[in-house]
Design a protein around this ligand. Structure first.
Ligand SMILES: Cc1cc2nc3c(=O)[nH]c(=O)nc-3n(C[C@H](O)[C@H](O)[C@H](O)COP(=O)(O)O)c2cc1C
Length: 332
């Protein structure tokens, strides 16, 4: 039993609202007569930033988690198999279906948050009721194989210093810079990080823990705090396999949606996970011995009204229907 065509299209479109490295949207979906399949799209790998495809798989994991909430809101329970045996290395998941009862209030709220979530790169105020939020985020990620830790204010100076050093190193890396420019400011394309989502020159440097993008048009209203007071979360895993990456993306998605549901702004931050030295530093700052996968800034946005969401590729580019194999009329 599978959902009808319209339900598949609506839910896959919602899954594609997931965050991805530089809005590269490195996913490809195939709907067959019996199941949906999720593949990573190697044409959308960012070699200078993400040579091993770790963040490509994390991005696909985020889309898989978005898909799960979107289907649940439509009364379907996706039966997810991760990294099924296949000769195709890009196959990340097969998804079967079972009918499901009414979504719980929590699931309905997580699904509704998909359309409201966006990455906020401007300085954030400290998140209100943080202890309660953190307890919920720890509950949501428990049992997923991904550890969530609040690195706390004590880590900020070391993180900011490492971020400054990383930004300096990247200034001297023309291949990285060319890739970043390619994925920024391509106004006519439905991918990349658009101008309205990139901080202005003045505000770029107010957030010391951030990846540097070419300056854009996003800025906070005059008079709002120019210093970033966001909480800083770290997602890490015990090993560094493709399954760990996929699971990290799923956990990232759940955390971002739960924060959005609580009215909080979020920003995934990964430049410090892209070099062995800064990854080791993150590991030492954390209380566990896991492999750091993603940092997340969480706080209260000072921007009003919120900017439009970033564009996505048309569904026809990312979702295909598999034609049933023609039956053999001669029964051979
Ligand atoms: C694996 C991954 C890594 C990311 N790294 C960063 C980052 O280092 N800095 C940043 O500002 N945004 C980062 N993002 C956020 C993406 O740029 C963002 O999701 C994308 O541009 C789409 O925009 P949206 O999240 O507003 O829909 C990352 C997202 C993912 C999934």
């Amino acid at each position: 039993m599978v959902p009808d065509r319209r339900t598949v299209e609506v839910t896959v479109a919602r899954a594609c609202r997931a965050p991805s490295l530089h809005n590269s949207q490195p996913w490809h979906w195939v709907m067959s007569a019996t199941e949906l399949r999720l593949y990573s799209d190697p044409d959308r790998l960012l070699p200078a930033t993400d040579g091993f495809g770790r963040q490509m798989v994390i991005s696909c994991g985020a889309a898989l988690n978005h898909l799960e909430y979107a289907f649940a809101a439509h009364h379907w329970r996706p039966l997810i198999e991760r990294l099924p045996r296949s000769s195709n290395r890009q196959l990340l998941s097969t998804i079967g279906f079972a009918p499901a009862p009414n979504p719980t209030d929590f699931v309905a709220r997580m699904a509704a948050a998909i359309e409201r979530r966006r990455t906020e790169r401007l300085p954030l105020d400290a998140p209100p009721a943080w202890r309660e939020t953190l307890e919920q985020l720890v509950r949501i990620t428990a049992g997923t194989g991904v550890d969530l830790e609040d690195l706390g204010e004590r880590s900020r100076p070391a993180l900011e210093e490492a971020s400054r050093r990383m930004t300096g190193l990247r200034h001297d890396d023309p291949t990285y810079q060319a890739e970043l420019r390619w994925w920024s400011g391509r106004g006519l394309f439905p991918d990349g990080v658009p101008e309205q989502a990139r901080p202005s020159d003045r505000q770029q440097h107010a957030v010391h823990l951030s990846r540097e993008f070419p300056p854009g048009r996003a800025s906070t209203p005059d008079g709002s705090p120019s210093e970033d007071r966001s909480a800083i979360l770290l997602l890490s895993t015990s090993a560094d396999s493709r399954l760990d990456w996929l699971r990290s993306g799923e956990a990232l998605s759940s955390v971002l949606l739960a924060c959005t549901d609580r009215g909080l702004a979020t920003c995934p931050v990964t430049h410090l996970t892209e070099r062995a030295s800064t990854r080791t530093m993150l590991r030492e700052l954390s209380s566990g011995a896991g492999m750091p996968q993603v940092l997340i800034r969480v706080g209260a946005s000072t921007r009003a009204p919120t900017p439009p969401t970033t564009p996505r590729r048309p569904l026809s580019e990312v979702l295909v229907r598999e034609r049933p194999a023609p039956s053999n009329a001669h029964g051979e």
